[in-house]
Design a protein around this ligand. Sequence first.
Ligand code: MTE
Ligand code: MO
Length: 410
Amino acid sequence: MDEQNRAMRRQVLASLAAGGMAAVTGSWSGLVRAAEAVTLPFENGLRPLTSDFPQKGEMLLLRSRPPLLETPFDVFDEGVFTPNDRFFVRWHLAGIPTTIDARTFGVKVHGAVAHELDLGIADIMNGFDRVELAAVNQCAGNSRGFFKPRVAGGEWGNGAMGNARWTGVRLKDILDRAGVKAGAVEVRFNGLDEGVVAATPDFVKSLTVDHARDGEVMVAFGMNGQPLPLLNGFPLRLVVPGWYSTYWMKMLNDIEVIDTPDRNFWMAKAYQIPDTPHASVSPEDKSFKTVAINRMVPRSFVTNLSDGAVLDIGVHRKVRGIAFGGDAGVREVRFSSDDGATWTTAQLGRDFGKYSFRRWETAFVPRRPGRYTLKVMAINANGVAQPDKPNWNPGGYMRNVVEAVTVVAA
Ligand SMILES: Nc1nc2c(c(=O)[nH]1)N[C@H]1C(S)=C(S)[C@@H](COP(=O)(O)O)O[C@H]1N2
Ligand SMILES: [Mo]
């Protein structure tokens, strides 16, 4: 990041700390104008494009209330950091505040602690060490639309993910100030959003005390050098590097240390995956052990070519894309131009840290006319590779497969 960017970031964050910046936006429940649409490559894949949501540019609309907005895939070709105004949005409950006053907003830390805390934004920004980390935020249901047989749930393409530089403070430091009592087992997080009918279970998520205190989990107020957009959790959100974003609580206003494991709906019933390799089962299988979804796995994508692209015979083509290692760095990205029969190692771009997207690039020269199936596979620092065959589970979680793009040389 250059000096000018740093200076801008300091200014923006300073004005947030001084309470000089409140997210005040209109409501977005009005009519969404859809001038154009995109068709994702699966059944019922037609998605209107909308620019009608506050602080958001053009996004694919899955649902408006509560909002589900997907990042158009070409955004991922533009760089490893996903711009805030194109970053995907996912909420479970329709009662989302449209105005937040940064001067009065506070986070409570309570439960099995020695001292309860009530921290304002300025307390968080000025009272603890600041940390910055690049990390991928990916919905557990990213790419669910590709599941065959189809499953219930938001039919995302591959754009329910994004990578940002998060600025904030360590959750560990906040918990240490409160003093976690011996015998505490988990830390539960809640945000300002709520259901519109009383029967809807409030969206709360928990991490073990050890995870919460690992020094990496962070309470973030900055995203790519700016305050968080309202729909991405202004003014504070949890960042849980390497874990699916269901744990990345937005509009975080409550941290409760608990001394029994959290059995609430969102931990014990929702977001359960089969306890099997790749969280995969066969659709006929009805009895399998489940666990709460947790660490991410490696993925990689071609970003500058899409299905059906026509290439010139004998002409050198750059093929590039993004990869991420999940809960570890990217060790290697492999590329194949013959449907996986032979592989070469792609060149990796700059390393922004093990939780970030990483650029990869390679060259490809189609020698004969015809169709070519290009494939890309990431292997992370723990040696975990993407599977050849897509996984399947009834929740449509953790979609993973070596991705393929079919191009034609003519
Ligand atoms: N308060 C709150 N935080 C939340 C959620 C929510 O519904 N409410 N959804 C979670 C899920 S499932 C996802 S995928 C991410 C989405 O983060 P984003 O909207 O910033 O992309 O937020 C997480 N944090
Ligand atoms: Mo999600």
